[in-house]
Design a protein around this ligand. Structure first.
Ligand code: 13P
Length: 254
């Protein structure tokens, strides 16, 4: 059975004290405490808030993830963060290939694949992001774009790494816009991604939807057969909203 996952991507928000507060609220919520048998809950604070988040989540079922890592373990890479250090701190996950990093840091699919491979080697579960821009959707090349992203990342990371990862489908036009994909649009993309993964036996990988997920639209999204959870941005910064989304996922997983 595929694992259900609700992950919060806090992006460049929260200082260490905020992170302690937010994680404390999340771990004490009834829906999160109910989740472990049904849904895996992950929160991904900024690097400098990771230590506080780990302490606040200590001894609970909530996992902590990073939002990025370097593709090497160590070396002359000024300002970068090693996945081996992240794993050593006690993190379980790392997001790679978020569209904001593709856009602002010009990350290629090849580099994203190398990040996923190194993260996996260090014991982290990569959350690999894919998704099309609005122009690409309007040009009717959504599946070409996502298919190419998956093929290039798989070629770079290796099939076994992708099999051990989580995929997040995040249409760029839905991120931070309040305009989530419709359940039908999301389901179509997820079914396509699953068919691409099926080619090399990775069809049981969890595929999360990301882009303006709220506690209001989560229920319809999670009722789709190929949607295994969500990568939540804005709504993950509010403990009540995030925990409600976990609650909706618990219901859908029953
Ligand atoms: P929003 O939920 O704010 O649209 O962000 C989605 C996202 O980018 C998660 O990685």
């Amino acid at each position: 059975m595929r694992t259900k996952v609700i992950a919060g991507n806090w992006k460049m928000n929260t200082n260490p004290e905020d992170a302690t507060e937010l994680v404390k609220k999340i771990v004490s919520s009834a829906s999160v405490q109910l989740a472990p048998s049904l849904v895996r809950v992950v929160v991904c604070p900024p690097y400098l808030s990771l230590a506080n988040a780990l302490i606040a989540a200590g001894g609970t079922s909530v996992s902590i993830g990073a939002q990025n890592c370097h593709h090497e373990e160590k070396g002359a890479y000024t300002g970068e963060v090693s996945p081996v250090v992240l794993a050593g701190m006690g993190l379980g996950y790392v997001i790679v290939g978020h569209s904001e990093r593709r856009r602002y840091q010009l990350e290629s699919n090849e580099i994203i694949g190398r990040k996923a491979a190194r993260a996996h080697e260090c014991g982290l579960t990569p959350i690999i992001c894919v998704g099309e821009t609005l122009d690409e959707r309007e040009d009717d090349i959504t599946t070409d774009v996502i298919g190419t992203q998956i093929r290039l990342i798989t070629a770079s990371a290796g099939e076994d790494v992708v099999k051990a990862s989580v995929i997040a489908y995040e249409p760029v036009w839905a991120i931070g816009t309040g305009r989530a994909a419709t359940p039908l649009q999301a389901q179509d993309a997820h079914a396509f991604i699953r068919s691409e993964l099926h080619i090399f036996g990775a069809q049981d990988v969890s595929i999360l939807y990301g882009g303006s997920v709220t506690d209001e639209n989560a229920s319809l999204l999670f009722s789709c057969p190929d949607i295994d959870g969500a990568l939540v941005g804005g709504a993950s910064l509010n403990a009540d909203s995030f925990c409600s989304i976990v609650g909706v996922a618990n219901e859908a997983a029953r």
